[in-house]
Write a protein that binds this ligand. Structure first.
Ligand code: NAD
Length: 256
């Protein structure tokens, strides 16, 4: 049980981050939700997790494309025993047509934010004598696809950062690991379906099976609950000697 631990999950008002926050809360952790918006719905989401699981839950707005804001999120959280770096965006285009502003945003949100939050969280973990850094990378942190240059570069970078974090904390009761999901049907993936339907002249079901899940041998999406469960495992004593590694939740993608 994670009673008494506080988890900060970046990008957690939707998709995988929200699923991870819910599973950590179910396991007893207090949770800090985050995104760049600051709406009544965002705060209501935190309240609903508090009510459902009987833990403390807060929503803190902070834009993960801004390094100072990343660090401020951790400071505002106060305690950060479990840090889940999850915020991420996608853009799909050939390298020679890839907009520079999209490249910069993806590198900042998907990779550099994890550097800033980790830098701010490690002193807190050291003070507590315990910590878990969990980076949500991707199968694209281990392998590539065309037209996803920024995303693949950022996710490979996150895997590298995870290894360095693990080495710098190796003798302490702090671990750092990366989870590498294959496809999970979240708003991020949903948003890629219409373009892909148009590009290949396919219907939705065909895009899902033949394009999205083409490289996922299980032909099934991973779920946010499964990813949350993996985070709970990484935060448990059973995983205390797992550090600097990647866990693939990808239906066999990286076995191909
Ligand atoms: P999503 O779009 O549902 O969620 C992304 C979250 O990040 C949202 O809460 C969004 O508000 C937040 N976010 C975006 N920009 C932000 C910013 N500037 N500051 C703060 N928060 C911001 O997508 P998802 O599929 O749940 O993705 C979550 C993570 O999982 C991402 O890092 C993504 O790369 C990774 N991932 C997703 C899949 C998949 O198939 N869905 C696969 C592998 C990895």
């Amino acid at each position: 049980t994670l009673n008494g631990k506080t988890a900060v999950i970046t990008g957690s008002n939707s998709g995988i981050g929200l699923g991870v926050a819910r599973e950590l809360a179910k396991a007893g952790a207090d949770v800090v939700l985050n995104s760049f918006t600051d709406t009544p719905e965002d705060h209501a989401l935190a309240q609903s997790i508090a009510d459902e699981f009987g833990v403390k839950a807060r929503y803190i707005s902070a834009d993960m494309s801004n390094g100072e804001a990343c660090r401020a999120l951790i400071e505002q959280a106060g305690v950060c025993d479990i840090l889940v770096n999850n915020a991420g965006i996608q853009h799909v285009a050939a390298i020679d047509e890839f907009p520079t502003d999209k490249w910069d945003a993806i590198i900042a949100i998907n990779m550099s934010s994890a550097f800033h939050t980790t830098a701010a969280a490690l002193p807190k973990m050291r003070a507590a004598g315990w910590g878990r850094v969990i980076n949500i990378a991707s199968a694209h942190g281990l392998t590539a696809s065309p037209f996803k240059s920024a995303y693949v570069a950022a996710k490979h970078g996150v895997v590298g950062l995870t290894k360095v974090t693990a080495l710098e904390t190796a003798e302490e009761d702090i671990t750092a690991n990366a989870i590498c999901p294959g496809y999970v049907l979240t708003p991020l993936v949903e948003a890629q379906i219409p373009d892909t339907m148009e590009k290949y002249g396919m219907d939705r079901e065909t895009v899902i099976r033949e394009v999205l899940l083409e490289r996922q041998p299980s032909k099934a999406f991973a779920t946010v609950e499964q990813l949350g469960g993996t985070c709970v495992f990484l935060a448990s004593d059973a995983a205390a000697q797992m550090t600097g590694t990647t866990l693939s939740i990808d239906g066999g993608w990286t076995a191909l």
